[in-house]
Design a protein around this ligand. Structure first.
Ligand code: FAD
Ligand code: PHB
Length: 390
């Protein structure tokens, strides 16, 4: 079989790329190792940047989002028992963020691809890449018990952090940069109306807490925990108790509670590889970089990458020119490193590192007071949070 672009992975990066290419008349085949049901129900990110939403709308996959998503124009930073609102819109010339689950974006993109006759193969296995430095790279894989081969002009590695594409690049080509934080997040999804219309990021002596949401009936809440925290040691009541303690305010904040329908522990980690390409293989999204969840950027970065990649492929297939493709990694990495810095800065400001390090605690409080009282500092947070222009 032949296609123009072989895409490994049906997450936000792979699906959005396939959709953007289709709109430009470029063929692709998406290979995914999980089932459709699994990828459509995998709960992950929930905050979309202004530019991500615009792209979904402009490319015809924003109808359900326009009906169901919640638009936010601010967020709260809470410390010393007091909340401080950051007016995201007021500080960024009217930009907003949108609450819409990643799995909803994935569902909308799969529906659009299938409606448009797209080729997505779920439940493939043994994906192997070959011929990456030739004009006809190949993907071998097993589907419905048969070994198949897909010959492509270009391969997009959109298979996430644990995928196989990055490892198909010979040793010595890539340089990896990483940071592992000495803590993780314990997250829950609860059937409880959100306690606040906007997100609350809390700095507390006992550690960070975040109140987020998915809908007017569903709350998404996170607690800083040990990176190897055993979830079995956290019955629901212990989680609520800890959330109540960390989010308490002097004026009596009430945390809405309800049945917990999902629980997870996630590590907080950063990782970047340079370059994001090798021969005819281009990496996009989590396959090339991850950020700690603190500022909800992973999905948005994945979409930004494939937007750059789609434009480069349009040039390549239209005119045979390769300059945009050659600059793909350099173009993406500029945004990737800005987001790496922003997520490191917010993670460092909001989490407890060493409980005995009182010097660092004083620095964190000083920084929080500055960000919540200086327009210049708040603007830095706001413009990075809503997303810098694509
Ligand atoms: P993925 O979404 O990982 O998609 C990759 C796809 O490739 C998957 O469908 C996978 O099944 C498939 N695949 C993997 N290996 C193979 C293979 N060998 N062959 C074929 N297919 C393969 N970001 C935020 O911004 N906010 C959050 O709150 C947040 N929470 C998260 C919670 C968790 C538990 C995780 C893991 C991530 C979270 N993220 C969050 C990050 C965000 O979800 C990712 O950045 C985003 O999914 C990146 O999209 P992607 O398409 O690059 O990768
Ligand atoms: C979420 O709703 O899952 C969420 C929101 C904001 C974050 C991280 C996760 O910074």
């Amino acid at each position: 079989m032949r296609t123009q672009v072989g895409i490994v992975g049906a997450g936000p990066a792979g699906l959005m790329l396939s959709h953007l290419l289709h709109l430009e008349g470029i063929e692709s085949v998406v290979l995914e190792d999980r089932s459709r049901e699994y990828v459509e129900n995998r709960v992950r990110a929930g905050v979309l940047e202004h530019g991500t939403v615009k792209l979904l709308e402009e490319t015809g996959v924003g109808d359900r989002l326009a009906r169901e998503a919640l638009v936010h124009s601010g967020l709260e930073l809470r410390f010393d028992g007091e909340g401080h609102r950051i007016d995201l819109s007021g500080l960024t010339g009217g930009k907003t963020i949108t609450i819409y689950g990643q799995q909803e974006v994935v569902k909308d993109l799969i529906a659009a691809r299938l409606r448009d006759g797209g080729d997505i193969r779920f439940e493939v296995s043994d994906v192997r890449l070959d011929g990456l430095t030739t004009d006809a790279p190949r993907i071998a894989y097993t589907h419905e018990g048969r070994t198949q081969e897909l010959e492509c002009d270009v391969i997009a590695g959109c298979d996430g952090y644990h995928g196989v594409c990055r490892d198909a690049i010979p040793a010595g080509v890539l340089t990896g940069f990483d940071r592992t934080y000495p803590f993780g997040w314990l997250g829950i999804l609860a059937e409880a109306p959100p306690s606040s219309e906007e997100l609350i990021y809390t700095y507390h002596d006992r550690g960070f807490a975040l109140c987020s949401l998915r809908s007017p009936r569903l709350s998404r809440l996170y607690l800083q925990c040990r990176p190897d925290e055993d979830i079995d040691e956290w019955p629901d009541e212990r989680i609520w108790e800890e959330l109540r303690t960390r989010t308490a305010t002097h004026d009596g904040f009430v945390l809405n509670e309800g049945p917990v329908i999902e629980k997870l522990v996630a590590a907080l980690r950063s990782y970047v590889v340079e370059p994001m390409q090798y021969g005819r293989l281009l990496l996009a999204g989590d396959a090339a970089h991850i950020v700690p969840a603190t500022v909800a950027k992973g999905l948005n970065l994945a979409v930004a990458d494939v937007r750059v990649l789609a434009a480069a492929l349009v040039q390549f297939f239209g005119s045979g020119k390769t300059d945009l493709l050659e600059r793909y990694s350099e173009t993406c990495l500029e945004r990737v490193w800005r987001v790496q810095h922003f997520s490191w800065w917010m993670t460092t400001m909001l989490h407890r590192f060493d409980p005995d390090d009182r010097y660092q605690q004083r620095l964190q409080i000083s920084q929080l007071r500055y960000v919540t009282s200086s327009t210049a500092a708040a603007t830095t947070l706001a413009e990075n949070y809503v997303g810098l222009p694509l």
